[in-house]
Write a protein that binds this ligand. Structure first.
Ligand SMILES: Cc1cc2nc3c(=O)[nH]c(=O)nc-3n(C[C@H](O)[C@H](O)[C@H](O)COP(=O)(O)OP(=O)(O)OC[C@H]3O[C@@H](n4cnc5c(N)ncnc54)[C@H](O)[C@@H]3O)c2cc1C
Length: 402
C-alpha cells in the first residue's frame, strides 16, 4: 500500500488527530503479536487502529513482523469500530455468513458524473487483487479480467466510464509511457459489491512486425495481462460522460459489442440484473449482440448465459461467432451479419423514444452496423444517416470504438 495516500485523500498535516484502521494480513502468531492488544484472526486479517502520527512507525513495525497492509481507512468510515472487528463485509463474505445481500445504496445521481479525479501527474496507486484468464482452451489470444483494490483513495466511477492505466517504464524516446484507456467492466459497486474495487477486461495486443516478422506485444496490455496479484498500478480517471447506462428502468438498451467491447456491457448488465438497488429496478429490454471469433473466446460466457436464463423476459443475448457460424450468404458470421438478420426488429425498436444503442469494440465496426440498419430503414422510406443524426442529438446513440 502506498502510505502517502489514505482514504479521504492525500495525508496532510490537518489530519493529525485522525485515527486510521489498518487491515493487515500475513501476521503470524508469535511472541510480539501475542504481546499486542489485537487478535490474529483465522481469516488472516487483523484490524488495528493507528493514530495518524504513528502511521509510518506502525507500517514499519508491521512489515518487520511479516505483515502486509491491504487496506487503510479513517475510523469514521468504519462506523467507529475500533475494537479489532472487521469493518464492512464484502459480498462473498456476506454470502458465506448466510446474510441476505443488501440493496445498493451508494448510487450517485447521474448529474454527479465523476471525471478525472486522478490525473496522470498524480495517479491513484491501486493494487491488483486478481488477474484471471477469461478465454478458454482453443481461444485465439489472451484476455484477462483484472480487479484492483481502490481502498485508501477517492476514485469512484459509473458504469460505462473508462480509466487510464500508466504502464511502468519509458517509451523509445526515453519519456515515461503515456496512459492507455480501458473500459470499466464492473459496476460502481465493484465485483464484491463493497464499493472498493474496479475491474477491467484486457486483451493482450500481439502482432507480427510487418517487416521483421518479429512478435510484438502491446506495452500496456502485456503489462496488465501479466500482472501479479499484489502489484501496485498507476490509475487515472475516470473519464467519459456519454457512454452511461440510462437511468430509465423501462428503457430498451441495445448493446453491440466486439471482443473486449463487452466490458462496459458486463457493468450495465450487472447493474440491471445482478445487483439490487433501492432506486433502480430494471424492467425494460436489454439486448446484447456480441461478435467474437470462436466459442472459447466468448468473454464472460457463463455469467452472460446465467443472466439470460434467469432474466430471459428482459435480456436477450445473441452471438455472432465469426469463425464458426455462417451468415445467410454462406460467409463468416460477423456482428453486422447478425444485426442484418435482426434488422427489422432493431429498426422497430430504434423508433421508440426510449431505445438507447451502445456500440463498443473494434474501430470500424460502425460501418457494417449502419449498412445493416439502413436497409431496414429504407423499407420504410427513411434515410438512416438522417435518422441516426437525430438519435445522436437525443443522446440515444453512443459509440466507443478503439
Ligand atoms: C475509450 C477506450 C476504451 C478501451 N477499452 C479497452 C478495453 O476494455 N480492453 C482492451 O483490451 N483495450 C481497450 N482499449 C484499448 C487500449 O487503450 C490500448 O490501446 C490497448 O490495450 C493497446 O495498448 P498497448 O499499450 O498494449 O499497445 P501499444 O504498445 O500502445 O501498441 C499499440 C500500437 O501498436 C501498433 N499496432 C497494433 N496492431 C498492429 C498490427 N497488427 N500491425 C502493426 N502495428 C500494430 C499500432 O501502432 C498501435 O498504435 C480502449 C481504448 C479506448 C480509447
Amino acid at each position: 500500500m502506498d502510505n502517502s495516500r489514505v482514504a479521504g485523500g492525500t495525508v496532510s498535516s490537518s489530519s493529525d488527530s485522525r485515527v486510521f484502521l489498518f487491515e493487515v494480513v500475513g501476521l503470524r502468531q508469535n511472541e510480539e503479536t501475542d504481546r499486542a492488544n489485537y487478535p490474529v484472526r483465522r481469516s488472516g486479517s487483523v484490524f488495528i487502529p493507528v493514530p495518524f502520527k504513528r502511521m509510518n512507525q506502525e507500517m514499519q513495525r508491521l512489515t518487520r513482523l511479516g505483515g502486509k497492509i491491504v487496506n487503510i481507512q479513517p475510523i469514521s468510515a468504519v462506523n467507529g469500530k475500533m475494537n479489532g472487528k472487521a469493518p464492512v463485509k464484502t459480498e462473498p463474505q456476506r454470502k458465506q455468513a448466510g446474510e441476505k445481500s443488501k440493496p445498493m445504496t451508494q448510487a450517485k445521481a447521474k448529474t454527479d458524473i465523476p471525471v478525472n479525479i486522478y490525473r496522470p501527474k498524480d495517479p491513484f496507486i491501486g493494487r491488483c487483487i486478481s488477474n484471471e484468464r477469461i478465454v478458454r482452451e482453443g481461444a485465439i489470444g489472451d484476455v484477462r479480467h483484472l480487479t484492483f483494490d481502490l481502498s485508501g483513495g477517492d476514485l469512484r466511477y459509473l458504469e460505462g466510464q473508462s480509466i487510464g492505466i500508466i504502464p511502468p517504464g519509458e517509451d523509445d524516446k526515453g519519456k515515461p509511457h503515456k496512459l492507455r484507456l480501458y473500459s470499466i467492466a464492473s459496476t460502481r459497486h465493484g465485483d464484491y459489491g463493497d464499493d472498493k474495487t474496479i475491474s477491467l477486461c484486457v486483451r493482450e495486443l500481439e502482432y507480427k512486425h510487418p517487416e521483421t516478422g518479429e512478435t510484438i506485444y502491446g506495452v500496456c496490455s502485456h503489462y496488465l495481462c501479466h500482472l501479479e496479484a499484489g502489484t501496485e498500478v498507476k490509475i487515472t480517471g475516470p473519464v467519459g460522460s456519454n457512454f452511461l447506462l440510462p437511468e430509465d428502468p423501462n428503457a430498451t438498451v441495445i448493446m453491440l459489442a466486439t471482443g473486449t467491447g463487452v466490458a462496459p456491457f458486463r457493468a450495465f448488465l450487472w447493474r440491471m440484473f445482478k445487483e439490487q438497488h433501492e432506486d433502480y429496478k430494471f424492467n425494460g429490454l436489454a439486448w446484447l449482440i456480441f461478435g467474437i471469433a470462436t466459442t472459447p473466446n466468448i468473454l464472460y460466457k457463463e455469467e452472460l448465459e446465467a443472466l439470460q436464463s434467469r432474466f430471459g423476459d428482459h435480456f436477450r443475448l445473441d452471438y455472432a461467432i465469426s469463425r464458426e457460424q455462417k451468415n445467410q450468404r454462406g460467409g463468416k458470421m460477423y456482428l453486422q451479419d447478425r444485426i442484418a438478420e435482426n434488422a427489422d426488429k432493431i429498426w422497430e425498436l430504434l423508433q421508440k423514444d426510449n431505445t438507447y444503442t451502445f456500440i463498443c469494440g473494434l474501430k470500424g465496426m460502425e460501418g457494417g452496423i449502419d449498412d445493416a440498419i439502413s436497409a431496414a430503414a429504407a423499407k420504410d422510406g427513411v434515410d438512416w444517416s438522417d435518422f441516426q443524426k437525430q438519435l445522436k442529438k437525443k443522446n440515444l446513440w453512443h459509440v466507443e470504438t478503439y
